[in-house]
Design a protein around this ligand. Structure first.
Ligand code: BDR
Ligand code: CA
Length: 322
């Protein structure tokens, strides 16, 4: 794609996704919008601006969007990402102001500016994207590629046994989005779910190796410190849960696939979202066998070249360090 726009709810892995987008897309990163999810809209917006500044991209417009989900029953993920959303990291208060343009307008305008050339990525709940397709039903025809981090297709959930956080947080929005994409002439949803993201992990040894490779570049100390302090919070939680210290690269994988689709293998199928299950609200249901007779609206990622993703991520961080 010639242009990249990312909608985020900046928590820890969203922050890594933004850093990766800055390093890998450079000037092709044309805008960012924020949504409530991991943390409040205000915290997500602050974190996003601070992370872009860390990457030397304080110039990128950050447009705040929805402050509540369409059907507001969800809770945040501060247990995972820490009270601020960035674990134990503390970044300088961002200098650049947030945009006065609403996320929905920013998304619609970015897609319309150069039809067929924008990769749109969502790494948070789909509230802003749902509002954007309600505002502009042609949005799926204007984007070149639409990639989400969200869903659990064959995998089990991470909030409930069947639901993944981003979909569970706003299932109504997710249903609107899945139903809007994938029609004639429209981009499908490229769904990067837990099935593939759980295969891409990093640990303390990876960060130590990165630190050893980064020379005395101007951004290296602040960048390495941020990666270590934010990851440590996530490691501590994983250690309590599983006895192992690691971090799952959910959101960076979605950005990586937007820029390089060959990193995952996908299967096309119809996907819909359970919005009112007694046990399964927020589940992504895939019709692998065509039983619904519906349009196959989604490219579901089923396999990932995890080593290549990791290598690309660390090479990008090394470049960003300068
Ligand atoms: C997703 O949930 C959030 O906590 C992460 O940032 C990621 O987008 C993983 O389920
Ligand atoms: Ca996220």
């Amino acid at each position: 794609p010639d242009r990249l726009f990312v909608d985020v709810d900046t928590g820890i892995d969203d922050a890594y996704a933004l850093l990766y987008a800055c390093a890998e897309a450079g000037p092709r990163l044309v805008g960012v919008s924020t949504v409530v999810g991991n943390v409040s809209l205000a915290a997500a917006t602050r974190n996003t601006r601070a992370v872009l500044a860390l990457a030397g991209r304080g110039d990128v417009t950050v447009a705040p969007g929805a402050a509540v989900p369409l059907a507001p029953e969800a809770v945040d993920a501060r247990a995972v990402h820490g009270d601020t959303g960035l674990g134990h990291a503390s970044l300088p208060e961002p200098q650049e102001p947030a945009s006065t343009v609403h996320a929905v307008d920013a998304i619609v305008a970015a897609a319309r500016a150069e039809p067929g050339r924008l990769a749109l990525v969502a790494t948070g709940p789909l509230t802003n994207i749902a509002l954007a397709v309600m505002r502009d039903p042609d949005l799926p025809r204007h984007v070149k590629r639409f990639v989400i981090m969200g869903g659990a297709y064959a995998a089990h959930g991470n909030v409930t046994p069947s639901a993944e956080f981003n979909i569970w947080h706003d299932p109504e929005a997710a249903r609107i989005v899945f139903r809007a994409f994938g029609g004639p002439g429209a981009a499908p949803v490229v769904a990067i779910g837990l099935d593939v993201t759980r295969k891409v992990t990093i640990d303390g040894a990876d960060l130590a190796a990165l630190a050893a490779r980064c020379g005395g570049g101007p951004r290296a100390p602040a960048l390495l410190r941020f990666l270590e302090d934010s990851a440590r919070h996530y490691f501590e939680r994983m250690e309590r849960q599983s006895g192992r210290r690691f971090l799952v690269m959910h959101d960076p994988l979605a950005v990586a696939v937007a820029l390089d689709p060959g990193l995952v293998e996908t299967r096309r199928a119809a996907v819909d979202v359970e919005t009112a299950g007694r046990l399964t609200t927020g589940a992504t249901v895939v019709d692998w066998d065509g039983r619904w007779g519906r349009l196959a609206n989604t490219e579901v990622a089923v396999a990932v070249d995890a080593e290549r993703v990791r290598a690309k991520f660390f090479a990008a961080m090394e470049r960003l360090a300068g």
